[in-house]
Every structure is written in C-alpha cells, then in structure tokens.
Design a protein around this ligand. Structure first.
Ligand code: EPZ
Length: 418
C-alpha cells in the first residue's frame, strides 16, 4: 500500500486545473446501460472508482475504453448483475440497479454493505422501484429486482438521497407513463445526469429542483457527440481550502463557481478573499483564519463532502467552531487523526467543537475514508514538520493526481511505498 508524505509550511501559490466530477461520471456511466450502442464521455477523471465502474460494466458484457475520451459500448450487455467483489469496493455500483431493471427487466445487485461514514442503506431506492411495479427480493446479500415493465408513479423520498434520485431518474426514463419525484436531490450531478438522459431522448423536467417529472419513452439512443462531464466541485473546494490553510493564493481553472456558493460564502466568512469568473475561482489568504460554525445540508447547502476538509481549516481558527454533520452518522473519523497533529476537537454525536490552535505538527496518521484523507492532506500542508498519511488508496478513489497538482503550486508532497 502507498503512503503520502508531506513536509508542511509552504504557502501554496499558482494555478490548479480541476478535473471532471467523480460523482457525475459514475451515474453517467451507469446510464449507458439504458441505451444500446456506443456512448462517449469527455473530461472524465482518472480515478479508482471510475475504473471500478468500468470493470463492473465490462463484467456485464459492455466494452469500456478510457483514452482522452471514455467510450462505452453497451450493445452486448447480457449479464444484468453487479457482484459483491466489485460492489464492496464501491457503493455507487448500486447505480446500475435502475437502468438494468428498466432496460433488461431484471437485475441482481449485491447490497453495498457497510461503509466507514455510516450505514448508508438503499431502502429508499428499493421502495421507489417497488412503487414502479418492480418485484424486489433480498437473497444472500443480493438485491434481486424484476419488472416486465416499470410503471410511472409519484414517489416522495422521505429523505433526500443523491444516488436514490439518480437511480429512479434512470429507471423512470424507460417506464410506461409519467413519474414525479418529490423531495428529489438537487445536486449539479443530478442536473448533469438529466441532461445526458434528455440528450438520449428522455423527457425529464425540473432536474435541479426538488420536484422532477419524467415522461417515460419506449427507447433511448446513445448521443451522437461526446458528452462533457461537469467539473468536480468537491475537488475544487478541497483546493480552495489548501490555499486558505497554508496562507497562500491559488487560481482554480476549469471549474464551476456556481456549484460552490455555500462553501465560498463560508470561506469568505472564515477570512479568505475569493473572486470568481465563469470557469475559475481565485482564492487568497487574507490574515488570520476566523473560527465559524457550519452545518451540512443537501445541495444547495454546505456539502457533507466538504465537512472534513473544512474542519481541518478550523483547527487553525482564531476561536471556537461548531460543526454539525447532518447527513451521515459517523463522518468524524478525520477528527481523531487531526487530534494526533495537535488539533483540539471534542466530538459529541453529530457535533464537533473545534478550538483553534496556533499551529499543527506533523505526525504519522491514517486515512479512513475518501474525504477524511483529503482533510489529513490539508492539515499536513499547514503542519510544521513531516506528516505521513497511510492507506491513501482512499484518496485515490476521488482525487486525480493530487500530489502532482499540489506540487505544481509549491507543496512538498510525495508518494512512498508503505
Ligand atoms: C452521494 O452518496 C455521494 N456519492 C456521496 O459522496 C455524498 O456524500 C452523498 O451523496 C451526500 O451528498 C455519489 O454520488 C457516488 P445519499 P449517496 O443517498 O447517494 C440516507 C464522496 O465522498 N439514505 O444522498 O449514497 C443515507 O444513509 C461520497 O464522493 C437512506 O437512509 O448518499 C444518508 O444518511 C461519499 N436510505 C443520507 O440518506 C437510502 O435509501 C444521504 O445519503 C438512501 C440514503
């Protein structure tokens, strides 16, 4: 296993190009199962999770190539199943469930199992498919779903679910009749998926709002032109904090500031100067980091995927910051590792109290999940001395060439074999 080693204390300066969004690419790859033929995606990031989804599609019989463009041919998919060996490494595999039932009438998908940040059940996905007429059974750790023909329905999600909304958006595209989603997720990745489905001939309205209507059609066809993946707003947000925590100044390019409004407002309150252009964000440190409070919400609120990174910044605040994680029940594992670097954090259930300290010191720490590992890198960039971060396969799931991008703006960071 690899580890990342960071010698902290360098204010980062320069320009970073943001990659395509992991959480947009994954549903788009699943959506190719809805339309037989060759699909092309551009601006796709090179990440572990993307490779896993590619392997999953190949397991079903699709052909996947990832050069400059990602090309997926679903013309010969004949095995509608997602095995445990693949699903256990990436819960987003559940996104093939809706497309498989809609296009093939059946699906056998392993239950994702537990995850470091929470139980993360998929009950809302399954209830919605049942409402659309699917027969759903659980057998030996697998979801078996069958439907001769899915029927449109009005589905109210009791809790906002991103992949739940995506799964049903895809299933409803080929259902008979109209489907209305109430309390749907509003993330930019949902809008991107709806755009892709509409380009294939689907009839979706309201994506990006909490009410989405889908008029089912009989067939979808792969778009003629490559479809561009939207920029990764969480990668972008992570690098904004990298500038703030090191007292530097960075310009992000190839990004969408409109996807980061809640975070940008919080970072401005924390004392950073941020200017935005159509596809760029300039951030620079402007004096001490101010301790501010944050609660995580579904989009357009402050994203849970930025909570760990924001906590790293608050460890160096000028007072006390209260952070409440309202989406997942166990998303503070980074706090225990930050404490090893000298941070002062007290946890109480879903709340964390962060007392700012003058400085952090390097230490050996361990990554536990994707965004926790990003949080540790950020703290290491600011800490005095050397930090080694083990189990960084977590980081490789969601950040393309992070050490290369950070080195380009002056960070002293390198990869070593454990
Ligand atoms: C997506 O996960 C993202 N993953 C997550 O990003 C992100 O943290 C999360 O949305 C919230 O924004 C992808 O898009 C691939 P949810 P998802 O369904 O869809 C509960 C990252 O770092 N829930 O919106 O799995 C659930 O337990 C990852 O890139 C149910 O109870 O999240 C959670 O508490 C981590 N039953 C809450 O809802 C269900 O059927 C939100 O989960 C579904 C969800």
């Amino acid at each position: 296993m690899d580890k990342l080693v960071v010698e902290g204390g360098v204010p980062l300066q320069g320009e970073i190009a943001v990659s395509g969004a992991k959480n947009a690419t994954l549903p788009l790859m699943a959506a190719t199962l809805l339309a037989s033929g060759q699909h092309k995606l551009s601006n796709t990031p090179r990440l572990r999770d993307i490779r896993t989804m590619g392997r999953l599609l190949e397991h079903m019989g699709a052909a996947c190539e990832h050069d400059d463009l990602m090309t997926i041919d679903t013309g010969s998919v004949q095995k509608p199943e997602a095995p445990y060996e693949l699903v256990k490494t990436m819960r987003a595999s559940v996104l093939v469930l809706g497309p498989l039932v809609a296009r093939h009438g059946c699906a056998r998908v392993s239950l994702p199992g537990g995850c470091a940040i929470g139980a993360r059940p998929i009950n809302l996905h399954l209830e919605a498919l049942k409402q659309m007429g699917a027969e759903v059974l659980l057998e030996e750790g697998y979801v078996i779903a069958r439907a001769r023909e899915l029927k449109g329905a009005t589905i109210t999600f009791e809790q906002v679910t991103v992949t739940g909304t995506e799964n049903i958006l895809m299933a409803a595209s080929l259902a008979k009749g109209a489907t209305r989603l109430v309390n749907a997720a509003r993330e930019p990745e949902i809008v991107a998926l709806a755009d892709y489905l509409n380009t294939m001939g689907a009839r979706i309205e309201g994506a990006g709002t909490s009410q989405i209507t889908i008029e089912g059609v009989r067939e979808l066809t792969p778009p003629a032109d490559p479809f561009p993946v939207i920029p990764d707003r969480i990668e972008a947000g992570t690098y904004l904090i990298a500038a703030g925590i090191t007292g530097g100044a960075i310009t992000l390019t190839h990004c969408s500031p409109e996807h980061l409004q809640a975070l940008i407002e919080k970072l401005r309150s924390a004392g950073l100067t941020i200017e935005t252009g159509p596809d760029r964000i300039q951030v620079r440190s402007n004096g001490p980091i101010r301790s501010i409070d944050v609660k995580t919400y579904p989009f357009p609120g402050f994203p849970t995927d930025m909570q760990a990174q924001f906590m790293a910044l608050m460890t160096l605040g000028d007072g006390v910051s209260f952070i409440v994680e309202q989406i997942f029940e166990n998303r503070f594992m980074h706090a225990l590792e930050l404490t090893r670097m000298g941070a002062r954090i007290e946890l109480d259930g879903r709340s964390a109290m962060v007392r700012g300290v003058k400085g952090l010191s390097g230490a050996p720490v361990m990554a536990t999940d994707l965004r926790a590992s990003a949080s540790l890198v950020l703290a290491a960039l600011a800490a005095k001395g050397i930090t080694s971060i083990s189990r960084i396969y977590h980081l490789d799931r969601g950040y393309e060439s992070m050490e290369t991008k950070l080195s380009q703006v002056g960070a002293r960071i390198w990869r070593e074999k454990e």
